[in-house]
Design a protein around this ligand. Structure first.
Ligand SMILES: [Mg+2]
Length: 368
């Protein structure tokens, strides 16, 4: 079996709910998605990588497009099932920039699972549970509006909310207090600062929100600044943006900075590397969320397979990005059940039936 054709596409995926807002005026109107199709014989695998604007991670869609053009010629003629070897090959011919390799690695995983005749979740260690619980983001805004949105999401069936903080501390204390008052007891709250604070602000926030039950997500940029906050903080803490490599995960564990981690597929460079860190984190006793920076059905399916192959007792929550956007890329999608739980689509590989006609013309079409 060898790779005979690689196509790549770029697609704007506007948000259903309008602009996505984080603290400090960071805003995006759509995911700018790079989609890769890798074909061998009559079988295709699909992968997707979409950054959240240009401000969220060290990644941008035009960079992914340029990188895929560079790497794709090296993959033609290779066995798509040799996932680890192809990962090393990509790292050899193109140093760094893991996000550029993410959609390619995802497509290779899809294709390898299809070739093996199994759902990807089986290749990733095996399915544990029917569904993963979804969370909903309460984006940054006025306290009253955030409280109203939070109450609406709970009424829609969500039990887990991620409240965006990381801006002016006094305002964020009001925001989180308003949200906590608007939702019923038992609603799981994460306060995600997206590395927007230094220890000074994070401590002020922690002190003034002592009576609220929440998990603190990524208050500061560096692992050591987060450790500084952690030392005087008695609620659970998870790190997200700090987990960029295996070395980061080992440092977080060694220093005892966090109780859980959020793995983003594109930041780590694909499904294979995410699976590696996920398995290690689980073995080290950390709670895990597997998600990504954006995308539609393809990326959401990959997140669902990684989430549901994470042991249920270590799984935090998941996200359904295909519900965020106004466009479709496939004729099916991971099923969302009761508004707040996500299952897996039926079938081999990612289990979704991508329709190239929905995506548009490729920017790259290479064949042997
Ligand atoms: Mg986060």
């Amino acid at each position: 079996m060898k790779i005979e054709r690689i196509r790549a596409f770029r697609m704007q995926q506007p948000f259903v709910d309008g602009p996505y807002r984080m603290s400090k005026g960071r805003v995006a109107d759509a995911f700018d998605s790079v989609i890769v199709e890798i074909s061998a014989g009559d079988m295709s695998g699909w992968g997707e990588m979409a950054p959240l604007g240009t401000f969220y991670s060290a990644a941008f869609a035009a960079g992914a497009e340029a990188g895929v053009r560079e790497i794709a010629p090296h993959l033609l003629g290779q066995d798509p099932r040799a996932l680890t070897r192809l990962g090393r090959l990509m790292d050899t011919v193109f140093k760094g920039h893991p996000y550029i390799k993410s959609a390619i690695d995802m497509a290779l995983n899809d294709l390898a699972a299809r070739a093996a005749g199994v759902p990807l979740v089986t290749m990733l260690g095996g399915r544990d549970g029917e569904t993963a619980e979804l969370y909903k983001v309460v984006t940054h805004g006025e306290p009253d509006a955030m409280a109203r949105n939070a109450a609406r999401y709970v009424a829609d069936g969500y039990r887990r909310l991620q409240v965006k903080v990381g801006g002016d501390v006094r305002g964020d204390i009001d925001r989180v207090s308003a949200v906590a008052e608007a939702v019923p007891r038992g609603t799981v709250l994460f306060c995600d600062a997206n590395a927007g604070w230094g220890p000074f602000q994070a401590r002020q926030f922690a002190d003034q929100t002592r009576d609220i039950d929440y998990v603190f997500e990524q208050p500061c940029v560096t692992i050591d600044d987060n450790l500084c906050v952690r030392r005087s903080f008695d609620k659970p803490m998870v790190l997200d943006e700090s987990v960029q490599s295996l070395e980061d995960l080992l440092e977080i564990r060694r220093k005892g900075v966090a109780d859980g981690i959020t793995l983003k597929i594109s930041r780590l460079g694909g499904v294979s590397r995410t699976r590696q860190l996920r398995d290690l984190a689980v073995d080290m006793g950390l709670m895990v969320t597997v998600e990504d920076t954006g995308g539609a059905e393809i990326d959401t399916a990959a997140m669902a397979h990684l989430s549901l192959s994470t042991p249920a007792e270590k799984r935090l929550h998941a996200i359904a990005f295909h519900e965020w956007v106004t466009v479709r890329t496939a004729r099916n999608a991971p099923p969302v059940i009761g508004g707040s739980r996500m299952g897996l689509p039926e079938g081999d590989g990612l289990g979704i039936d991508v329709d190239p006609d929905l995506i548009g013309a490729p920017f790259l079409d290479l064949a042997l």
